[in-house]
Design a protein around this ligand. Sequence first.
Ligand SMILES: Cc1cc2nc3c(=O)[nH]c(=O)nc-3n(C[C@H](O)[C@H](O)[C@H](O)COP(=O)(O)O)c2cc1C
Length: 198
Amino acid sequence: MQQKLYNLIIKRRSIRLFKQRKVPSAVIKKGVNAARLAPCAANLQFLEYLVVKDKLLREKIFTYTRWAGYLYPRRTPPAGMRPTFYVFILMNKEKSQNFDLRDVGAAAENMILTFLEQGVGACWIASLDRKSLGNFLNIPKNYEIDSVIAGGFAAEEPKLEQDAKNIKYWLDKKNRLHVPKRSLKDIIYFDSLTTLQA
Ligand SMILES: Cc1cc2nc3c(=O)[nH]c(=O)nc-3n(C[C@H](O)[C@H](O)[C@H](O)COP(=O)(O)O)c2cc1C
């Protein structure tokens, strides 16, 4: 049996270094379309998306984002390796007064995986200066910025580290990012939280 989706999920890592080749709008639209169709509580559909490709806008947006906190500032993308597009995830207050952030999670992951399926890397950024971004991008008052997906063709290949004891990602001598994940056996329980093996 083919396991295309599962393989993509395993392969996905946050990408913070990008080639400067442009990503076609059709690729970005497909990602946003996958976000649009994600499950959402009560089907309220309060999420909307602002895509930014313009170079001057991108340069300013970058200054309002913060990258790889555990390695700051070593994994902040340098000029020439920054995202080639951004997709802002906006929450429309006219569609809901009580945003269920699980909706954002489902939509964002749909989008990131759909980008990856098309060969495009991404990093989900929630560490943002929302106030400055709202002003700079003229976001109307009835919207809140949740987060942004920064994307482009990947110029790095972070390595998954299984069975990690420490959760902090690190850089090796060749500047490759290693991303530790807790092991399956440490996080899965069957029938009771005191059961060790299925
Ligand atoms: C809700 C959320 C917010 C995040 N915000 C940031 C961020 O502001 N800056 C950043 O560099 N990475 C950010 N990330 C990426 C995480 O650091 C990354 O997912 C984590 O280190 C695990 O690596 P992986 O995505 O390669 O599995 C965020 C991820 C999520 C899910």
